[in-house]
Design a protein around this ligand. Sequence first.
Ligand code: MG
Ligand code: MG
Length: 253
Amino acid sequence: MVRIRTKREIDLITTSCQIVADTLDMLSEHVKPGARIIDLDKKAEDFIRSRGARPAFKGYLGFPATLCVSVDDEVVHGIPNDRVLEDGQIVSIDCGAEKEGYYGDHARTFAIGNVSLEKRKLMEITRESLMRGIAEAESGNFVSDIGHAIQSYVEGFGYSVVRELVGHGIGTELHEDPQVPNYGRPKQGYKLREGMCIAIEPMINMGVKEVKTDSNGWTIRTADGEASAHFEHTIAITATGPEILSKGVELRG
Ligand code: MG
Ligand code: MG
């Protein structure tokens, strides 16, 4: 069931989204060579709790941490551990928060130290594909118009779109209907309406689209070992178009 949110509900979702965006802004100065991933996770959890919210991923289907931290060929759902970030890696950090029963979800990929031009380009194109997907999230368009915009853009650079994982509705649950694939033909699926809140999250691979799951049951990585990037925003569909609710300092201007 696709839920339509009131203005008050969108304000509550925005509050949770802002906490997540502030968390990633706070982390950005710590995400560098030598950082232990488990320490980043602790910082994020403390920060979210200090804002009167709860880490939304911790305990979700048994996930053990506040952040999903996915390095290089890891696509999403990397579990924080003792690993140390190294120069040249790209790292997706995905974070969720819940406050007063409403959820926010947001992810960015960070460059660690000096990253190759190849990886930097993958990050930039993935971020831009998210913005192009968001631009399609207008009342009257269809869910698949979002994925079509993302897929046609990134495939033009020879990249591929992960099929197994998709964006989603969000609000009083972390994952709600509809599913929001990052691929597809235009004008399929649900028609977008004012008041819908969705998380759009392209996962873009430098090589093949296929992925595999680690034996821990969580970490998804590319089948060919090539790098993958991931960006995500929670947005609301409003009368005047898509509104990004998870704006960090960069987008707030
Ligand atoms: Mg997320
Ligand atoms: Mg999500």
